[in-house]
Each structure stands twice: as structure tokens, then as C-alpha cells.
Design a protein around this ligand. Structure first.
Ligand SMILES: [Fe+2]
Ligand SMILES: [Fe+2]
Length: 262
């Protein structure tokens, strides 16, 4: 760990406060390689959920979440993209409330797909670029699109007050050797996840530059480990030239595939 990144010892069987009033509410299963990191911002009497999670994780995530908030306090649900590991549980959350008076925030391309989960909250559409947003309780957020990292409409969420950047799948990791906070061991897991889930190096590089210029103190991905700002330069260096997705398909293999396709 770099100097300055003094992470506490934590009990991950409960909600973990990673910054003042910002909580990790995820579920770590020792035999699973890809586990998820849902997050909560508690802002006075309102609650903001970020990538709340999957159906099978819901009993554990819900226990952690509802130990610190009530379902009716949720004003805002942010979905950085449409994958089921981060948003399939939204209809379960909705079934615990008496009304659907809250915003579900996502990129417009993501919303096309989110509708198929049967989500009933009010969709708030984001366009490309950076969008400033205030929740009903006055929390200032910034949404930053990271095209094709890994979905066309992928979005990162920056919480201005806590200086936490929720990066979605970017900087996530895959591996059974998991801890909540980033260590050097986590870098191999991160590289494996980026290579497998990012479409190409160009998309990853763009996202890395957006992360670097965000001003965040803490980076909170939807998989893998939470990262301190001091740890980012060496991570960026390790990922900058990393071949991902299509980059890993040899040119010859691509040419052969094109010949057979016509
Ligand atoms: Fe994803
Ligand atoms: Fe994911």
C-alpha cells in the first residue's frame, strides 16, 4: 500500500463506512471469484443507492443496508450500467416500499435495457459527457460517462461531499482472494477483469483519464477493492498499455473470421 493510504481493519459481515456517511454493503463469498460492491450514501433523512446488486445477494445486502437505513428513505438509485449483478435486485427493493416516488438515474442507452427488469421508479436520463445533479435532499453528485467501459452508456458517479468516485466495473477485479481495500495482490485480479470485460485498451485509457481528473480521494468499483488516490498512479501505469477484449484477438484470427463471414 502506498504511503498515505492508511486503511482500517474492517468487519465485512456488516455495512462498512468507507467515508463519512458512505457505506459499502456488499457480499463476499469465499468460493466466488466475482463478487459485487453495492454502496449507500446516507444524506440526512434521504438515502442514495449506487449499484444495489443482484437477486441472490439481496438477503445479505438488504440486511446490511437496512441496518443503517429504512427502505422508504431511498430517494435515488444510481445504476452505472444495466448488468444484473448491479441492478437485478431493484424490483425487490421496490417491493419493500409503498410508493415508487424516487429517481432511477442512468444513461439513456442503459435505460432502454433497464426497463426490462420491470423497474417502477422514475427514470432520469443522462446524456454523454459530465452532468451535475442534486438529489431531492441536496446532495451534489456528478455523473461522468465512460463510453464502452464496458457498456456503451457506462457512467461513473462522483459524490462531491465525500470525494468518493463510484467507478462501476472500471478498476474492478475478479478473484477469490479478496479484501475490501486495495493491496498489491489485487492488481493481478484487476488486470484479469479489465482484460476480460473492457472491449479494448482505448476505452480503458479514456476511463483512466476521467478517473485521474475527477478529483476523488477514494475510488469505489463495483467489483474488487476500494482504492485510495495515492494508489492510483501505479494502477494507471499498470493498466495504461494493457490489451483488453478485442486487442487480444490476433490480427490473423480476425482476418480469417472476416473472410469466412463474407
Ligand atoms: Fe458490467
Ligand atoms: Fe459488474
Amino acid at each position: 500500500m502506498s504511503a498515505g493510504a492508511a486503511f482500517p481493519v474492517v468487519d465485512t459481515d456488516h455495512a462498512v463506512e468507507i467515508a463519512p456517511e458512505v457505506f459499502w454493503t456488499g457480499y463476499y463469498m469465499e468460493d466466488e471469484a466475482l463478487h459485487c460492491n453495492p454502496y449507500l450514501i446516507r444524506n440526512g433523512t434521504e438515502s442514495i443507492l449506487i449499484d444495489p446488486g443482484s437477486v441472490p445477494d439481496f438477503p445479505v445486502v438488504g440486511r446490511k443496508l437496512f441496518s443503517v437505513i429504512k427502505p422508504e428513505s431511498v430517494t435515488t438509485i444510481i445504476l452505472n450500467h444495466q448488468d444484473p449483478d448491479l441492478c437485478a435486485s431493484v424490483p425487490i427493493f421496490e417491493s419493500l416500499r409503498e410508493n415508487f416516488d424516487y429517481d432511477v438515474i442512468a444513461h439513456r442507452k442503459t435505460i432502454y435495457l433497464l426497463k426490462h427488469y420491470g423497474i417502477k421508479g422514475k427514470f432520469h436520463r443522462l446524456d454523454d459527457g459530465e452532468t451535475a445533479y442534486k438529489t431531492p435532499g441536496g446532495r451534489e453528485l456528478k455523473f461522468i460517462t465512460t463510453p464502452f467501459a464496458h457498456f456503451a452508456g457506462a457512467v461513473m458517479t462522483y459524490d462531491v461531499k465525500s470525494k468518493v468516485l463510484f467507478t462501476g466495473d472500471i478498476l474492478g477485479g475478479v478473484g477469490t482472494d479478496w479484501e475490501l481495500y486495495h493491496t498489491d495482490i489485487a492488481l493481478a485480479n484487476m488486470k484479469a477483469f479489465m482484460q476480460g470485460f473492457m472491449p479494448c485498451n482505448k476505452a480503458l485509457r479514456y476511463a483512466l483519464l476521467k478517473i485521474e481528473s475527477s478529483g476523488a480521494e477514494l475510488f469505489a468499483p463495483q467489483h474488487g477493492q476500494i482504492i485510495h488516490r495515492d494508489q492510483f498512479p501505479s494502477i494507471k501505469e499498470a493498466l495504461w498499455d494493457l490489451k483488453c477484449g478485442l486487442d487480444l484477438i490476433e490480427d490473423d484470427a480476425m482476418k480469417k473470421a472476416m473472410v469466412h463471414a463474407v
